[in-house]
Design a protein around this ligand. Sequence first.
Ligand code: FE2
Length: 275
Amino acid sequence: MLGIYSDGEFFGEMAILDEGPRSATARAVEPTNVMQVSYKDFERLLHAAPQIAYAIMKELSARLRETGALLVWQLTRKNRELAEAYLDTVRTIVRAIEERDSYLVGHSARVAALSMAIGRRMELPDSEIRKLELGGLLHDVGMITVSGEILKHPRALTEDEYEQVKRHTNDGKRMIEEVPYLRQAVPHVLHHHERFDGDGYPDRLTGEDIPLASRIIAVADVFDALTCDRPHRTRLETAQAVAAIQESAGTAFDPEVVAAFVALTKDEEFSVLQQ
Ligand SMILES: [Fe+2]
């Protein structure tokens, strides 16, 4: 809606209608005094009165900016709500899988939280941090295909059992790649057991050929495993586990990720994560 003045006197308001009928309505102060102007006449009007045309365009562009900003804000909020609902579902499913083995309960949520903290320390963008959360939660989802008996053995795995466990990366990838929202976590799930020196699995990727998110989750995963009791061993103290991770920088782990992780362990944020 636009006020129109003639020689300093208020003449009326002008409203630009939608794109359907190409017309504009000039509405005078008196409600009865409404006139429809054809698109052609409207163009002439604009041509004849550049100051009105300028005001109209200025107003329209401000309105559009306001409307656009509001729509973007609403869309962003809805997207966040939807993503949170997806994450809640993923958390529930992952938790159900972990409950097959009491030693694993909470592992994926802790790996997700630690991976996000390392990612933030490495100043990754928010979009990558959100993917790290999803990837951290899902990294071991393929373990559902591994027999519960193997997981509960109070001894180190035999070679055959280890081969079965190793399949969880490909199984996990297959499970999530058909779901559009989860598909973004495929690299995280598939490559979280690759080693920086190329001696990992499933694809024996080396160095920066391993997706960065997978290199981050690898550190978080091993740290959490070392600091938790498992059927065949007791947990390490935090300092021992950090030292073990540091010793494997450049072999199992990306040295840059390890540096970010070690810096994080000296922060208050890390003690909060540990609670
Ligand atoms: Fe794993």
